[in-house]
Design a protein around this ligand. Structure first.
Ligand SMILES: [Zn+2]
Length: 114
């Protein structure tokens, strides 16, 4: 079985390539993840709407950094928009209201547009 060949490749090797990114499609946030390894011939990909899963987002943040957005008030991102688009919990919203929200550049572009 072909799957058994993959068993020898249990961790990332120097040829492994992993890429993740966010983009805005029709005004909605979307994330994509892609993995391939020419050595083991493994390929995988994933993606979804809304905020990226933590491990994907952490990688994007590590590469692109974050932009601190003001939340609430006349110039800030509306709390309702932040809750809807980024799925923040109430404690997270309170923190964002007090300290600003650390958005990825793509999230910032979306949140600034609301
Ligand atoms: Zn590999």
């Amino acid at each position: 079985m072909a799957e058994h060949l993959g068993m020898t490749h249990c961790g990332p090797c120097p040829s492994c390539q992993e890429d993740s990114w966010q983009h805005i499609v029709d005004g909605r946030l979307r994330w994509e993840w892609q993995y391939c390894c020419p050595v083991s011939g493994t390929q995988a990909c994933g993606g979804g709407w809304g905020p990226a899963p933590d491990e994907v987002r952490e990688e994007i943040v590590a590469r692109e950094g974050t932009v601190r957005l003001a939340v609430g008030g006349p110039d800030g991102v509306p709390l309702a928009a932040l809750r809807k688009l980024m799925h923040l919990s109430l404690p997270q919203l309170r923190q964002a209201r007090a300290e600003g929200f650390a958005a990825t550049p793509t999230e910032a572009a979306l949140l600034r547009g609301v």
